[in-house]
Design a protein around this ligand. Structure first.
Ligand code: GLU
Length: 438
């Protein structure tokens, strides 16, 4: 008799981007297992039927490619690249491209799934995807990065498209990388600005896209602070990470009156309980110096920064930095997840037990993809918006989604993460259902 596995050709579950289901949270979960853990909890609460759960717990399509790149010294180095589409029920796949040494299959799967939930909770008409090339961009010259980008774009060109899958910047990539991607794609398809977002403004990028993720983090953080009876101008904030997201979060939070007491980069951080002089810090950073060498603050390690005395903690670097061993020592009342997956499921439980409010990544860092949506709309309409309009529409979307998440949490007695997942999973499942997808 033919069994279910025979019908499926005996494919291993892991080959399909289906993670092992864990019922107990732990720090040992892979990034994809952690992202799927939150999904399954939501699927339980929503009583999702089994077929729907199976579809949404796994990825739709995974493309893994080898990316041979001629280095400046004549050698050829073969990198590994991925584009993973998680779910497209609500619209074209959308999500960034990450250049990072940890960007492996599992991490890119996790990030693709988080994009599906993020796009649903902020309510932009996109599905979720992510791409990555496992490399250390800081060790590559600009010419090597350009060759790598053009090669990688050619290799994923079969599955991307303006109405199919639209990449954007993420860690290790920027507007210049998007310009190369657009140009490489255009060799075959003709001038196609809507193929990527986060482009330079001169090439059809949107005003306000560069700072959009940081701006969204601040909008969301301020809404939460208000609901927690915290006055923004009295708040002290520690930010881990001083890349695009960390930098703009710090600059905009301070511009709006909060006191940024600590920031960090890969080499470590700087702390000043009276508030850092961010303009001086930015000048210091422009000389290619680590913020930890800044003389306007005391040196702290990345681990120490997380445990500093402050009102709001904003992890804006990489995944898994808040874990079982340090979660109990976090003193902030509010954690705003500007990075993707900074809190392990086990740490999330400790923070909840300790009464720390966590604004989840799929809501807090959705400002970037929201302005990506505005950029895509402008490209399709061939019409340019003013920065004021972009920022106004961003604020409207972020505030609405934040309020929906808070209301759902209050009604259901849920954490903000669980509420955000419930809203997102319900929207995606509904779209899949009415589409007749499953
Ligand atoms: N990489 C960003 C994120 O993780 C932006 C994605 C996009 O704009 O498509 O949300």
């Amino acid at each position: 008799m033919e069994t279910k596995d025979d019908v499926r050709g005996g494919t291993e579950a892991t080959e399909l981007g289906i993670s092992t289901r864990h019922t107990e949270p732990s720090d040992d979960m892979t990034p994809f297992e952690a992202a799927t853990f939150f999904f399954h909890r939501s699927a339980d609460r929503l009583e999702l039927r089994d077929e729907m759960r199976e579809v949404l717990a796994s990825t739709y399509r995974e493309l893994a490619v080898q990316v041979p790149v001629r280095m400046d010294d004549g050698r050829v180095v073969v990198f590994r690249g991925y584009r993973i589409q998680h779910n497209g029920a609500r619209g074209p796949y959308k999500g960034g491209i990450r250049y990072h040494e940890s960007a492996d299959l599992d991490e890119v799967r996790a990030l693709a799934a988080l994009m599906t939930w993020k796009n649903a909770v902020i309510d932009v008409p996109f599905g979720g995807a992510k791409g990555g090339v496992q490399c250390e961009p800081a060790l590559l010259s600009s010419a090597e990065l350009e060759r790598l980008t053009r090669r990688f774009t050619g290799m994923i060109a079969y599955i991307i498209g303006v109405n199919r899958d639209i990449p954007a910047p993420d860690m290790g990539t920027n507007a210049q990388v998007m310009a190369w991607m657009m140009d490489a794609y255009g060799h075959r398809a003709g001038h196609t600005p809507g193929i990527v977002t986060g482009k330079p403004v001169e090439l059809g990028g949107s005003p306000g896209r560069e700072e959009a993720t940081g701006r969204g983090v601040v909008i969301c953080g301020r809404e939460a602070a208000k609901r927690m009876d915290m006055t923004w101008s009295d708040c002290s904030i520690a930010i881990q990470g001083f890349g695009n997201v960390g930098y703009w979060t710090a600059a905009l939070a301070a511009e709006q009156g909060a006191k940024v007491v600590a920031v960090s980069d890969v080499a470590g951080g700087t702390y000043n309980k009276d508030g850092l002089d961010l303009e001086a810090l930015s000048r210091h950073q422009k000389q290619s110096l680590s913020v930890s060498e800044f003389d306007g603050g005391d040196k702290v390690s990345n681990e120490e920064l997380l445990e500093l005395e402050c009102d709001i903690l904003i992890p804006a670097a990489i995944h898994g930095v808040i874990h079982c061993k340090n979660a109990g020592r976090i003193k902030a009342k509010l954690v705003v997840e500007a990075a993707n997956g900074p809190t392990t499921p086990a740490a999330d439980e400790i923070l909840n037990d300790n009464g720390v409010t966590v604004l989840p990544d799929i809501l807090a860092n959705a400002g970037g993809v929201t302005v990506s949506y505005f950029e895509w709309v402008q490209n399709i309409q061939q019409f340019r918006w003013e920065a004021d309009q972009v920022n106004f529409e961003l604020k409207k979307k972020m505030s609405k989604a934040t309020n929906q998440v808070f209301s759902r949490a209050e009604q259901g007695g849920l954490t903000l993460r669980d509420a955000a997942f419930d809203i997102a999973v319900q929207r995606v499942a509904h779209a899949a259902e009415v589409r007749g997808y499953i």
